[in-house]
Design a binder for this molecule. Structure first.
Ligand code: RIB
Length: 307
């Protein structure tokens, strides 16, 4: 099977507690809600892309436990290619402990489990799938050496590369020029660029060799920065937020799918903005992640010609 979008992916099971205020050090609070749901920034983005109609393939290492099996069952349902997913027998899967606050915002602690063992050799074994794809995406939840190898293979074959730098961490010097599209939120951008404002920070990363920086701005939408081009701002959507888990992953996966089908920047960003907004309307990362038809319906009034 050929794929449009390849994801070097993390897969976590999210253990989510809803609490009334951020925890203080040493404090115990009674949660008023709890869920165990699919997560992992890579898997979330892959599912977002698949729901937008892209054929998606994963490169991933998951646990040999029940949580690992949950991933395989989920990806089968979503029609995602798992021929390059390997299980670490006897190893635990990645887990995310998530606290959600009343305004829908959250705090997350991730233990990668078997995902920490994803190697460059594993990525190299998927070079055929990588070489024929249109877009490669990754987050910083997988070993950065594996991402670097995947991006080198992609670049050699003219495959568009997209990095969601989450969680924010130092990016190796040699990786910067291999990134065609970077999708940080404001906090990640600040950490990566150490600059006083969004524009200066984004242009600083472009100077490192990144092809385009798309900064997600929450309810304000997003902004596209490209070398020698004016900034393109795409407004956000007024929506009642239930839970923001996975909104950034939905944005990245939807953008990857749109770029894979060769949508122009304004359309791709409008689509990613809408999908990310819709993903915040229910609890969990993949629960409210929309299909392409749902995004189309949501956007339709805005796309209707004005009189
Ligand atoms: O971006 C949200 C995701 O971050 C969660 O699903 C959690 O698993 C962590 O990876």
């Amino acid at each position: 099977m050929t794929v449009d979008v390849v994801c070097v992916a993390s897969w976590n099971v999210d253990l989510i507690a809803h609490i009334s205020s951020p925890l203080l050090r040493g404090q115990t609070q009674m949660a008023h809600g709890f869920e165990r749901l699919p997560g992992g920034k890579g898997s979330n983005a892959a599912i977002a892309a698949a729901r937008q109609g892209a054929q998606v393939g994963l490169i991933a290492r998951i646990g040999g436990d029940d949580f690992g099996q949950m991933g395989l069952d989920l990806w089968a349902l979503e029609g995602i290619d798992t021929q390059h997913v390997v299980r670490g027998e006897g190893e635990i899967n990645g887990t995310a402990l998530i606290l959600v606050y009343p305004d829908g915002d959250n705090s997350i602690a991730v233990h990668p489990g078997a995902g920490a063992g994803l190697t460059t050799a594993h990525v190299q074994s998927a070079d055929h799938m990588l070489a024929q794809a249109r877009v490669l995406m990754a987050s910083c939840e997988v070993p950065i050496t594996a991402t670097q190898t995947a991006f080198e293979i992609a670049r050699a074959h003219g495959v568009l590369t997209l990095l969601n730098p989450a969680p924010a961490m130092p990016i190796p010097h040699a990786l910067w020029p291999l990134i065609d599209v970077l999708t940080p939120n404001e906090g990640e951008l600040r950490m990566l660029a150490q600059a006083p404002d969004v524009e200066t920070a984004a242009r600083k990363l472009l100077a490192q060799g990144v092809g385009a920086v798309v900064v997600t701005l929450g309810a304000q939408g997003c902004a596209l920065f490209q070398p020698h081009m004016p900034t393109l701002y795409v407004p956000g959507h007024a929506i009642t937020v239930v839970d923001t888990i996975g909104a950034g992953d939905t944005f990245t996966g939807t953008l990857a799918a749109a770029l894979a089908r060769k949508a122009a920047w304004p359309e791709a960003l409008q689509w990613a903005n809408a999908a990310a907004a819709l993903s915040t309307t229910a609890r969990g990362a993949v629960t409210a992640m929309p299909t392409r038809a749902q995004v189309q319906t949501w956007l339709a009034p805005e796309q209707a010609p004005s009189r």
